[in-house]
Design a protein around this ligand. Structure first.
Ligand code: ADP
Length: 493
């Protein structure tokens, strides 16, 4: 396979910037695409070339496969990096790239297709000796068979959409009497959300930990795992704080989960960077949940503990280069944490709060990496995921990185929108976090961490002064606005 010279990044925000930075380091031309809402976005400014692909609505721009491929061909990009979300796990898009002779930086489309179907993925994993969460072998066929299976594995059970993703399409059922109605609802929800009504049943594990293993596989049959990440702190089944390594790991468990992840990769002939997600119960038994066939949002924590650049590895694998390291060459160095900073209101159930950020100053310093989608203040658009940035820190120990994260979150200044900054800070300073007592129920178990706090008057006054100064310098005729919409976010939580 020839060397890739020009990469079109079919994404936006922080991940587009993060991919383009590596392209620059590797001397590849980085091409951005953008929607009309993103004309002035940081990823557009940073790119070597940038092309508008349509209106704000994602279905007409970032998900517009034909238009994106037209742009790739007309600007002579020889590869497309899809990032995460959008087209990253659409087998049809990877296939279209192949048909048009553009390298898709990701696994072959049949792998994306197989792993995108959770029932197919479970079947394949079981056949290759990877433990899966107890449940139906394929889709849940007929009410009687579903009821028998649920009785066999025991309530509560979880009905899941075969084509589900993004934390959507799951329904917990506590008793047999609720199963019939829940199945009907789950099927119709799956049909409307994913265009595929198929559902299956899994045992509902009580407060498990979400631990996933990063893998890399090249086209020469070499496969390694890059250890684990723990992503148990979630809202709406979606991750918000991640760390590597996981604090409950023992060398035996790490070896067993790493080997299972490599068996999973071999089972589907995986090529590229991928993640095998597991749930781990209190007895430290682990169960395969699904495989993500793309770069994950939380990949930086793995980069910090291994010293690798996963995007660079993806590009080299796409070029057919053999991986220059084997499993025994890889080690864990220190500890890393990622906090996702979303424009969301933690005290209102993490409701999105997009809008104008009037102040946006990111932290810096030893061991602090900020992957942000903004290079200053700006508009968090209503059209897309409201993530502003990821703060990622490295420390020699979990304690050191937790302290560093708390400091970085205090230094992070945002005004104009509510964010997850205060929530993440409280988690870092909480006893359950510090003792490593984590589970996927963490957010519900500690509701006090989501509550807003009274703010000392002096801090409100300090912020008001900053905003007054900024507003006046931005527009001399502008009146100083009330600081009320921003005070919560500035050092004052
Ligand atoms: P998606 O593909 O929508 O992200 P996943 O299957 O990856 O869905 O699950 C997302 C989250 O839902 C998990 O991290 C976990 O918190 C919860 N979950 C999924 N399956 C189970 C289960 N069988 N028991 C308990 N919680 C589960």
């Amino acid at each position: 396979m020839p060397k890739i010279k020009k990469v079109l990044v079919a994404n936006r925000g922080e991940i587009a910037l993060r991919i383009m930075r590596t392209c620059r380091e590797l001397d590849r031309i980085a091409v951005a695409i953008y929607s009309e809402a993103d004309r002035k976005s940081a990823h557009v400014v940073y790119a070597d070339e940038a092309y508008c692909v349509g209106p704000a609505r994602a279905s007409e721009s970032y998900l517009n496969m034909r238009r994106i491929l037209e742009v790739a061909q007309s600007c002579q990009a020889d590869a497309i990096h899809p990032g995460y979300g959008f087209l990253s796990e659409r087998a049809a898009f990877a296939r279209l790239c192949e048909e048009k002779g553009v390298t898709f930086i990701g696994p072959p489309w049949p792998v994306i297709q197989a792993m995108g179907d959770k029932t197919e993925a479970r079947r394949l994993m079981q056949a290759h000796g990877v433990p899966v969460v107890p449940g139906t072998d394929g889709e849940a066929l007929g009410m009687q068979a579903a009821a028998r299976k649920a009785e066999e594995i025991g309530f509560p059970v979880l009905i899941k959409a075969a084509a589900g993703g993004g934390g959507k399409g799951m329904r917990k059922v506590d008793k047999a009497q609720e199963l019939r109605q829940a199945m009907a609802l789950a099927q119709s929800e799956a049909q409307s959300a994913f265009g595929d009504p198929r559902v299956f049943i899994e045992k509902y594990l009580d407060a498990p930990r979400h631990i996933e293993v990063q893998i890399l596989a090249d086209t020469h049959g070499n496969r390694v795992h890059l250890f684990e990440r723990e992503c148990s702190i979630q809202r709406r089944h979606q991750k918000i704080i991640e760390e590597a390594p996981a604090c409950i790991m023992t060398p035996e468990l790490r070896r067993a989960m790493g080997e299972a992840a490599l068996r999973a990769a071999a089972a589907c002939n995986y090529v590229g960077a991928g993640t095998v997600e597991f749930l781990v119960d209190r007895a430290r038994r682990f169960f395969f949940m699904e495989m993500n066939t793309r770069l994950q949002v939380e990949h930086p924590v793995t980069e910090l503990i291994t010293g690798l650049d996963l995007v660079a590895e993806q590009i080299r694998i796409a070029e057919g280069v053999s991986m220059p390291f084997a499993q025994q060459d890889l080690n864990i160095n220190g500890h890393a944490i990622e906090c996702r900073i979303y424009a969301e209101d933690p005290s209102a159930g993490f409701l999105p709060d997009p809008g104008r950020m009037r102040l946006h100053e990111v932290p810096a310093g030893v061991g602090v990496r900020v992957d942000a989608g903004y290079d200053g203040p700006g508009e968090v658009p209503v059209h897309y995921d409201p993530m502003i940035a990821k703060v990622v820190v490295w420390g020699r120990t979990r304690e050191e990185s937790s302290r560093r994260m708390a400091r970085a979150l205090r230094d992070y200044q945002v005004a104009g929108v509510k964010t997850t900054l205060p929530y993440c800070l409280r988690v870092m300073e909480s006893a359950p976090w510090q003792h490593g007592e984590l589970s996927t129920h963490f957010v519900q178990d500690y509701p006090e961490l989501t509550q807003p706090e009274a703010v000392p008057y002096a801090q409100v006054a300090a912020l008001a002064a900053v905003l007054h100064r900024q507003d006046n310098s931005a527009s001399p005729t502008h009146d100083a606005r009330s600081a009320e919409d921003g005070w919560l976010q500035r050092r004052s939580f």
